[in-house]
Design a protein around this ligand. Structure first.
Ligand code: PA5
Length: 463
């Protein structure tokens, strides 16, 4: 394991009564062990198929590297159509590992196609996409585990028509890769009929836990990222998560600390990367934590309305926006910093003798500055007795990103088990999906429409 986890500032020694007493680990040992065992017992089974993804995809990875590698060579743009778990993992990983202005690089310097992750149905955004891509050299990955999601299906229908108009039917088909559940759903049926290239999402791999299956791996292979190193990192973290000792297993440790913090009123978990490359990792984390832990009922059907609200923040940018609140506002947050030891480039702050400004900055590097600012924020939070936690990546690579993804997924699974909830369902999201089908007149959703229409009349408007 290459990542380091620093939980000092979650503890009473560092932040006084806002922190956890060391004895809490022993006091709750039984509950921690029970949660650990639940997750371990289900590894590779049911909705925990994601646990095995670093270990069981050798064959498909080879095929994918060959097929998607060819697409990567031909494509000028690669467009992901998907939403939620079918978009945020690909976006987080690609943003971490590609050039920070990848799409703007001149073609001679860009080693992979431009990437667009289209995870909304804003008509202006769809039109804007068509303004910037050339359909002749654009390839599309339609990702939906269920194969039924209105947003993704609508994007697909618009796109397929445009592609057929531009390229003719036979050529259009070659520009589409579908990632969905094999044998199930509208998109699968369509893909089979039309003869698109299809990759499968395992039955027990939920959307937000799917980044290490073809949902993420197909785009990564097209973009020329080192898929094997990503899985290697994920495997190393998975093995670290098999350790039963809460002081040694990073995901078990932070799941426990977060659950304890939450139960003492810290109901907001802020993820604050100090690296632009990791900015979208916070979006990935927010979905994972929110959709997995925000539940009305526990596994016994008892009403609990539990969950900790995730929030994203970016260091140092949000030091000038959010940190005032984190330091002096309510004691309702845990701030998790994502730190990077070695950035992939160094920027020396120029010592220009002609300019007499910023004497203290001269001859330092931006690398030193960003890490000094992170440590300074950590210091300020600790001084103000605010719970905080630091995860350090030695550098941002496929391997460390793979570790981080697996860590977040195990942390979520352990936290869900500690809260005695079903971590892997999302009844709240499903309800909205069904209501959308009803409002668009989908056959079979007539009762849902009646329910919607039976809602009290809305009268309170200011116009
Ligand atoms: O985590 C989840 O299950 C959800 O966020 C889904 O990923 C999201 O709703 C999209 O679903 P689908 O992949 O079926 O289109």
């Amino acid at each position: 394991m290459k990542l380091k986890f620093d939980y000092n500032n979650m503890m009473r020694d560092a932040i006084g009564k806002q922190g956890l007493e060391e004895s809490a680990f022993d006091k709750h040992a039984k509950d921690i062990q029970a949660a650990f065992q639940t997750v371990m017992d289900n590894r590779g089974k049911g909705w925990q198929e994601w646990c095995d993804l670093p270990f069981n995809q050798n064959e498909i990875v080879e095929e994918m590297l060959a097929y998607c590698g060819e697409i990567g060579k031909k494509a000028d743009s690669f467009v992901v159509l998907g939403i939620g778990g079918s978009a945020l993992g690909p976006l987080a990983v690609a943003s971490a590992l590609l050039h920070l202005h990848h799409n703007e690089l001149p073609a001679s310097k860009r080693k992979a196609p431009k990437l667009y992750v289209e995870d909304n149905v804003d008509p202006e955004r769809m039109a804007a996409l068509f303004d910037v891509i050339d359909l002749k050299t654009a390839y599309f990955n339609v990702i939906t585990k269920s194969g039924e999601t209105s947003e993704t299906l609508s994007q697909f229908l618009i796109l397929y028509k445009a592609l057929k108009d531009a390229l003719g039917e036979e050529e259009a088909k070659k520009h589409i890769i579908v990632t969905t559940t094999i044998g199930k759903g509208t998109l699968y049926r369509l893909a089979e009929k039309e003869g698109f290239k299809i990759y499968g999402v395992g039955a027990g791999v939920g959307g937000r836990f799917s980044v290490l299956c073809p949902v993420g791996l197909v785009p990564f292979a097209v973009l020329g990222l080192d898929v094997k190193a990503l899985l290697k990192g994920a495997a190393a973290m998975a093995e670290a998560c098999y350790i039963g000792d809460v002081r040694k297993n990073p995901a078990l440790n932070s799941a426990f600390l977060q659950v304890m913090a939450m139960q003492s009123g810290k109901n907001i978990s802020v993820l604050m990367p100090y690296a632009d490359s990791l900015k979208f990792m916070a979006d990935f984390y927010c979905q994972l934590w929110a959709e997995s832990l925000g539940k009305a009922e526990d596994i016994n059907g008892k009403t609990v309305h539990t969950g900790q609200t995730p929030a994203k923040s970016l260091g140092v940018t949000d030091q000038h926006s959010q940190v005032q609140l984190y330091t002096e506002g309510p004691f309702d947050k845990v701030v998790t910093f994502l730190a990077v030891d070695e950035f992939r480039t160094t920027q020396v702050i120029t010592d220009d003798k002609a300019i007499d400004a910023g004497e203290f900055l001269k001859n330092h590097t931006m690398n030193e500055l960003i890490n000094a600012e992170r440590k300074a924020t950590e210091f300020a939070l600790r001084k103000a007795q605010r719970a905080n936690f630091t995860i350090t990546l030695p550098t941002v690579t496929e391997e460390t990103v793979g570790e981080l993804l697996m860590y977040f997924m195990y942390e979520t699974a352990f936290a869900g088990a500690m809260l005695h909830i079903d971590t892997f369902n999302q009844p709240g999201v499903e309800e909205g999906k069904k209501a959308t089908f009803a409002m668009l007149g989908r056959v079979g959703y007539e009762e849902k429409m009646k329910e919607i229409n039976a809602a009290p009349k809305l009268e309170k408007f200011i116009i």
